[in-house]
Design a protein around this ligand. Structure first.
Ligand code: ADP
Ligand code: ZN
Length: 216
């Protein structure tokens, strides 16, 4: 199973991916997670990416493309992968086509998580995340039992520094301008499936289970 998840920030790509991963042994490739890990570790890549991320801008295409290219060649991608947060621009999509062609791999589907901007702003301004294990909380719907402390691992629960309203609005603008055109791009390749992001944490998993080639 080789799929791409496309959706605005806050559409729940990561949550859907978590659900899919529990059922299918495929590599979950989140470019946002890889970048955040690099920022945390203080690598050269992380130092370069930090400012873009904090202002809600995209990290330059060539950096991201090189990162994904090497990631796709790691052994755990042999049985399939789920790309979360990549591609995000037409240039990235075209580069991915080329990478996959060279590797002799075909995509099964591109799943678009449909959500409106106001829902995104509501979700992300109230989102919190564990600094240590990545568990997601929400101050309204799923608060940590003890404020600021992760139920799962005891780590510190914080607000991502790109989850403040002005930055969220930038991320949404970037999404509409640069990433939304990919919906047409994949539609024309007959790969696109749209689902309502409000359909539950496992809408994508359910959809994949219905597709015939799933698990291969
Ligand atoms: P979200 O989808 O909620 O905005 P991500 O965790 O996917 O969050 O990404 C966080 C940030 O990382 C983005 O705002 C951007 O700066 C950077 N980033 C992630 N993926 C890409 C990508 N494919 N191309 C460029 N920048 C990216
Ligand atoms: Zn935790």
């Amino acid at each position: 199973m080789r799929i791409i998840l496309i959706g605005a920030p806050g559409s729940g790509k990561g949550t859907q991916a978590e659900n899919i991963k529990q059922k299918y042994p495929i590599a979950h490739i989140s470019t946002g997670d890889i970048l955040r890990a690099n920022v945390k570790a203080g690598t050269e890549l992380g130092k370069n990416a930090k400012e873009y991320m904090e202002s809600g801008k995209l990290v330059p295409d060539e950096v991201i493309i090189a990162m994904v290219k090497s990631r796709l060649q790691e052994p755990d991608c042999k049985d399939g992968f789920l790309l979360d947060g990549f591609p995000r621009t037409k240039t990235q999509a075209e580069a991915l086509d080329l990478i996959l062609k060279k590797l002799g791999i075909l995509l099964d589907a591109v799943v678009q998580l449909d959500v409106d901007d106001e829902t995104v702003i509501r979700r992300l301004t109230t989102r919190r995340v564990c600094k240590s294990c990545g568990e997601i909380y929400n101050v309204l719907f799923k608060p940590a039992r003890i404020e600021g402390i992760c139920d799962k691992c005891g780590g510190e629960v914080i607000q991502r520094n790109d989850d403040i309203e002005s930055v969220i609005r930038n991320r949404l603008t970037v999404f509409h301008e640069q990433t939304a055109p990919l919906i047409d791009y994949y539609q024309s390749k007959d790969l696109l499936i749209s689902v309502d992001a409000a359909g539950g944490k496992d809408v994508v998993l359910k959809l994949l289970e219905k597709m015939k080639d799933v698990g291969k």
